[in-house]
Design a protein around this ligand. Structure first.
Ligand SMILES: [Zn+2]
Length: 263
């Protein structure tokens, strides 16, 4: 590398306008986590930086690092994921995912799994192979788990028994309860004796429990499963609420996704 120049391969999670001419790129890399790089003049259609300065571009970036800042010198596209822009639901889901990744990723903290998850999710959205809501749900559960909030779906948090089909997922505690423990708790609550229980319970069906476990199993393709429409809706609701609760955040891009999918 020429003096003071560095390079990285990464995915543009966000491209923010600075003034009328420049853009600030938030790039997710495998080796250095999240980096911000200023692309001078990237607004102009004539700028060589313009094509590589767009959201969803996976590219090679060479930049000069000076003090706190980084200035783009060269960039080339590895993959553009441009087709996610062709359809509003896919675009809304992809934008939301990039926002989640931006919150989770840390600067100078390698996170190759998060980058791989983002790239795989964008690939699948672009390929239109699975329902958008399914890709979004798998992304949410894996992203939040990778950030240190993996739920424990193995055995019942009440009695410790390994249950093939837990009845309730406590979204706040990240644990599951078997149907016996759920009944006991409901009875105790009726007599005003409820000891500490789950705070945000989400009822599970066997299909949803299986899907959650598949996603977290480390399978080669965590996205590969099929659920009936009603179960898929429940899974999506659970994964979204789990992420929002654990990260304690709201996302404007998620509101937009819901606006788009409601119509
Ligand atoms: Zn139990």
């Amino acid at each position: 590398m020429a003096n003071g120049e560095e390079s990285c391969r990464g995915l543009v999670l966000r491209s923010t306008d600075i003034g009328d001419h420049d853009k600030l790129l938030t790039v997710l890399t495998a080796e250095r986590g999240k980096l911000t790089i200023c692309a001078k003049g990237a607004h102009s259609l004539k700028s060589k930086y313009m094509p590589v300065s767009q959201q969803f571009i996976y590219g090679d970036y060479t930049f000069r690092e000076k003090g706190e800042g980084r200035w783009l010198k060269e960039g080339s596209i590895v993959e553009s994921f441009f087709s996610v822009r062709a359809e509003l639901t896919r675009l809304a889901a992809a934008s939301y995912m990039m926002g989640v990744a931006e919150v989770i990723a840390l600067e100078e903290e390698p996170d190759p799994e998060l980058l791989r998850l983002c790239l795989n999710s964008l690939h699948l959205l672009a390929a239109d192979k699975y329902p958008v809501s399914q890709v979004k749900a798998v992304f949410e559960l894996l992203a939040v788990s990778g950030a240190g909030f993996a739920p424990d779906l193995g055995s019942c948090a009440g009695c410790g028994k390994r249950t093939p089909y837990p009845a309730v997922f406590d979204l706040a505690g990240g644990v599951v309860f078997c149907s016996d423990c759920v009944k006991k708790r409901e009875q105790a609550a009726r007599f005003g004796e409820a000891e500490e229980g789950y705070s945000v319970p989400a009822p599970l069906t066997p299909g949803v429990a299986d899907a959650l476990r598949h996603i977290l199993s480390g399978a080669d393709n965590p996205f590969a499963f099929r659920l009936p429409e009603e179960d898929l809706r429940l899974l999506c609701d659970i994964c979204e609420r789990y992420l929002l609760l654990q990260l304690d955040m709201n996302f404007k891009t998620l509101d937009f996704y819901h606006e788009v999918t409601a119509s």
